[in-house]
Design a protein around this ligand. Structure first.
Ligand code: ZN
Length: 465
């Protein structure tokens, strides 16, 4: 396998392919086939997201994939932001359509016309919905599995509120929800306020969650947007106030995608392959019986798998013939299974199993009677270790610089004083090819701009995907 530190991009492409996550041989560039193992991982990530938003009383909806040009054009700025990236449906059968229809690039235009029908009075607010659907972007840049693609697996939450203050409270809650999700996935990140010129079209402001992959490029893994009344004015989402007047609703959105899976692959994997955080691993525990002439290790292993499954774990047995235990160990390590249990002759004779967590790969003996209590502890250790490792790695890829020339030596993202002006950001972009992620919300201190010396705050700059 490729060396992850030295050839990150090659390592990433290779592991995505050999671990059975995705097949990119489908004849449309940027539209890949989800293989069972990858799909299961994504569904588990979706499950984590659903759990988090459902517990806060968001309602799941599902809107049509087609949006008319008229619907999109209601918000001029919105359509302008996406115009070059939209797929258009222009024919139905042999008939030229009177109205061109877009494959949703995101769902504001699809949803907000309906919101205007649903929202009538105070009692209808807050309206908090989400959907997990595919969205489409006609991507012309180089595509990369789970990172830059044309058919995107997308979580989008859309809310409407009776005041800007309540919408701001929603923004705070998104940060809480994101904390839960990122913690389950063991992902470190910075919260960056995107600059004016890079915020979502139509938003008042955009906060992005950015992480860094070992190659040093940043990866945007989530965004939340405060819309204020920018969209509700155009889509006529208003409610009747007690005094008989109408008020436009304030709105927010939250977007996540399979980039979460990309980050899991990129941040946690090593030269042996993937490492899945236990909370989202398609297989949490793989049990490998070691063939023996004296005892039936298969039966013993099967009963262990059964008891683990009954206790709610995603456990599997590998009973394939014609493969050695060593081959199986390597394969499941490559596929990132957090915990392996080995069952040989000794284990059967003395009533124990040999456990090997994917992170430490240290072997330990677990008495059979303690297995259902020991396994969650071992999985918790894997999660803790992944959290620690990725946090350390993230720290190592952050460069605090005082002089702009030091960007040249930086590997990873750069944190530097910035006044907030586009001209200064452009100097950094042009001279060093580092894009502007915006002001860091994690660093509140004031400092001087490394370009113009004016008062500023900590800005974040990086090469990114
Ligand atoms: Zn400046």
């Amino acid at each position: 396998m490729e060396n992850k530190k030295e050839n990150f991009n090659e390592w990433y492409n290779e592991i995505v392919e050999i671990s059975g996550l995705s097949d990119k041989r489908y004849p449309i560039k940027g539209m890949n086939v989800w293989l069972p193992y990858g799909l299961k991982a994504m569904q588990n990530i979706d499950g984590t997201i659903r759990k988090s938003v459902d517990s806060r009383e968001f309602q799941e909806v599902s809107f049509p994939v087609l949006i008319t040009r008229d619907q999109l054009s209601v918000e001029f700025e919105h359509v302008k932001g996406f115009e070059n990236e939209v797929y258009w449906v222009t024919r139905g059968g042999m008939d030229q359509l009177d109205v061109e229809m877009a494959l949703r690039p995101t769902s504001e235009a699809a949803m907000y016309g309906m919101f205007s029908l649903w929202v009538r009075s105070h009692a209808d607010l807050p309206l908090r919905t989400y959907q997990i659907v595919n969205v489409y972007r006609y991507e012309t840049k180089h595509t990369r599995t789970f990172i830059r693609i044309r058919e995107i697996h997308f979580f989008e939450a859309h809310t409407a509120h009776d005041s800007y203050e309540d919408a701001e409270r929603q923004m705070e809650q998104y940060l809480e929800i994101w904390k839960e999700i990122s913690s389950e996935l063991c992902l470190p990140y910075l919260v960056n306020e995107r600059p004016e010129w890079d915020k979502f079209p139509g938003a008042m402001y955009t906060l992005a969650f950015d992480t860094v992959v070992p190659g040093g490029r940043s990866l945007q893994i989530g965004t939340i947007h405060e819309y204020g009344t920018n969209f509700s004015r155009n889509y006529d989402i208003k409610y009747l106030k007690d005094d008989g007047t109408h008020e436009y609703a304030s709105q927010t959105t939250f977007g996540l995608s399979e980039r979460l899976l990309a980050a899991v692959i990129a941040l946690h994997g090593d030269d042996q392959g993937l490492i899945f955080p236990p909370g989202i691993a398609p297989v949490q525990i793989i049990v490998v019986p070691i063939p023996s002439k004296k005892v039936d290790t298969g039966i013993y292993a099967s009963s262990i798998v059964k008891s683990l499954q009954e206790a709610g774990f995603r456990a599997r047995i590998d009973q394939r013939e014609n493969y050695t235990p060593g081959f199986k160990y390597n394969e499941w390590e490559m596929k990132g299974v957090p915990l392996r249990l080995e069952v040989g002759e000794k284990e059967v004779d003395d009533n124990f199993v040999t456990a090997s967590p994917r992170t430490s790969r240290k072997k330990s003996k677990i008495p059979l009677s303690e297995i259902v209590t020991a396994v969650p502890q071992l999985l918790a250790e894997v999660k803790l270790e992944l959290t620690k490792r990725s946090a350390d790695q993230f720290k190592g890829l952050q460069n605090h610089i005082k002089k702009v020339e030091d960007i040249k030596k930086a590997n990873g993202i750069v944190l530097a004083g910035w006044c907030g002006n586009k001209t200064c950001a452009e100097k950094i972009e042009e001279t060093y090819e580092f894009g502007t992620l915006g002001f860091s919300r994690n660093h509140k201190e004031s400092t001087k701009c490394v370009i113009c010396d004016a008062e500023g705050r900590i800005g974040v700059f990086s090469k990114s995907y």
